[in-house]
Design a protein around this ligand. Structure first.
Ligand code: SAH
Length: 483
């Protein structure tokens, strides 16, 4: 096989942003996807891979930096996989996210759609996440400089997995994604475990005491901390948890779990409460900054409380989740008479958000624990016109199901990244619903599904929302109307 690694194109201008956070240039009518440049840069591009229809490459020598760049805030930028677009000015991040939707709809969907509305940006572009999961590892990632220095380093780390590696973890010195003492808690736990010589997890050998640290926060100020151990060592566990509780009395819920399995997921294990409650509360919307508009005085059915347990799913950017749900509500255009379905309802948040404006809402979701949360949250908010079912969508969402639960006037759907199963799309096309509100975190799979629906439903509105600043991810809401 020919080695292309030596092929370099000189002084190439990067002209556009592409999917998955890459950027794009054209040389002799050939598309090159580049992993480390932004539109407007001029650079030498070394080709790393040749495909029939396109090349892949990396920028080596920069001749001009784009004016769309901005200095990254975080020292770990470039190595950490978390915030790949930090070097792109936020206004340009928004521009290219909206463009991603347009590109997916024209290239993959090949459908007619109206002008995509201006994307709704996030007020907070840092510290917007309410959940972070950090990994302990005894295989800290070392930089080239560190390796070349010949020094020996502490190889323990607490942070994020290095993209593309199985066992290497970046030892975080800073992270700007979560407020509410997250940074202090992580650092304290890291230092405590180092000082006490607790062993950090070895993924390959599957041993070590400390496995993961999860921090969840809410606008209410409440904090949940979950420490996951690989080994069962009650003495060390109590010592660590007591120290955390003493140092951070503001933690609402301090929990722990021992996970000896081959993967980090703890949703199938019992999680124990060390101190405080076994849940925190989130409120939507966040009224903490507006004391003149106290919680619970609304008329739209807003002002909801959500109980969040260690296994509950909740949108990770609470403030933007509210913006997203408002778009879905507006697109649904409810008058109080409608029979609504909320597919892929998770913990029922959209269903509950719109319930007071609908006659009835039926929520469907795969994960039984999420449905249990949805039911509990309906009760907590005194909402009586919702009904929730746990099942795989392709099995439950049938014409018989709709006959049983009432013909839908509006269907809201919010599937995972892969989009909807073909059977679900087909059933939706034949549902007779006047409107479909399609919320998606992946415009590519959304475009594919819209193409399948196109015969029966036309796209009337397209509204991107930015839930994840500093990343290339984009959320997109479409209003479809029956033809
Ligand atoms: N609408 C919710 C959650 C959307 S995330 C919110 O705003 O919070 C997508 C949801 O789809 C997840 O909760 C996931 O568990 C669920 N899901 C994934 N595959 C599914 C399937 N085959 N059938 C039903 N639900 C599924």
């Amino acid at each position: 096989m020919k080695n292309f690694n030596s092929q370099v194109f000189e002084k190439v201008e990067i002209t556009a942003a592409a999917a998955e956070g890459k950027s794009l240039a054209r040389v002799d009518n050939r598309v090159i996807f580049i992993s480390n440049a932004v539109p407007g840069d001029i650079a030498d591009i070394r080709i790393t891979r040749k495909q029939k229809k396109f090349f892949e490459g990396v920028a080596t020598n920069f001749h001009r930096y784009s004016e769309k760049r901005t200095p990254p805030l975080c020292k770990h930028f470039g190595l950490c996989g978390g915030c790949k677009w930090q070097h792109l000015d936020y206004q340009w991040q928004l521009h290219y996210k909206r463009q991603q939707v347009i590109d997916a709809f024209s290239r993959i969907g090949k459908i007619q759609f109206p002008e995509v509305l201006p994307i709704i940006g996030s007020k907070e572009i840092y510290n917007y996440r309410n959940r972070l999961d950090f990994s302990f590892s005894n295989k800290k990632w070392l930089t080239i400089e560190e390796i070349n220095s010949g020094e020996t380093f502490d190889r323990n780390a607490l942070g994020f997995h290095i993209p593309g590696t199985f066992d290497k973890v970046l030892d975080l010195e800073e992270c700007h994604l979560q407020g509410n003492n997250s940074e202090q808690i992580r650092k304290f736990v890291r230092e405590f475990c180092s000082e006490k010589k607790y062993s950090f997890f070895d993924i390959r050998a599957q041993h070590g005491l400390m496995r993961t640290l999860t921090i969840r926060t809410a606008h209410t100020g409440e904090i949940m901390v979950i420490v996951q151990f690989f080994e069962n060592d009650p003495e060390k566990r109590d010592e660590l948890l007591s120290a955390i509780a003493e140092k951070f009395p503001q933690i609402t819920s301090l929990m722990w779990v021992v996970n000896p399995k081959g993967n980090d997921t703890f949703n199938d294990l019992s999680i124990h409460t060390f101190s405080g409650r076994d849940h925190i509360f989130e409120k939507m919307p966040d009224r903490s900054a507006r004391p003149d508009e106290p919680f619970g005085r609304d008329t739209d059915g807003e002002d909801l409380q959500f109980k969040i347990g260690p296994k509950s799913f909740y949108q990770t950017n609470s403030a933007q989740a509210y913006e997203l749900y408002k778009v879905a509500r507006e697109f649904a255009g409810l008058t109080g008479k409608e029979n609504v379905y909320d597919l892929y309802t998770g913990t029922g948040t959209i269903a509950l958000f719109i319930a007071k404006l609908a006659k009835k809402v039926t929520g469907v979701e795969l994960v039984p624990a999420a449905i249990a949360d949805a039911k509990e949250n309906a009760e907590l908010n005194n909402i009586k016109n919702t009904n929730f079912f746990a099942a795989d969508m392709k099995d439950i969402f049938t014409s018989a199901f709709m006959a049983e639960n009432g013909k839908p006037d509006v269907i809201i759907t919010d599937p995972p990244r892969t989009g909807m199963h073909e059977d679900v799309v087909r059933c939706m096309a034949d549902s007779g619903a006047e409107k479909v509100v399609y919320v998606s975190c992946n415009p590519a799979s959304q475009a594919r599904d819209l193409a399948l629906l196109d015969e029966k439903y036309s796209v009337e509105k397209v509204q991107p929302v930015d839930m994840f600043p500093q990343t290339h991810h984009v959320e997109n809401v479409c209003l479809l109307r029956k033809r």
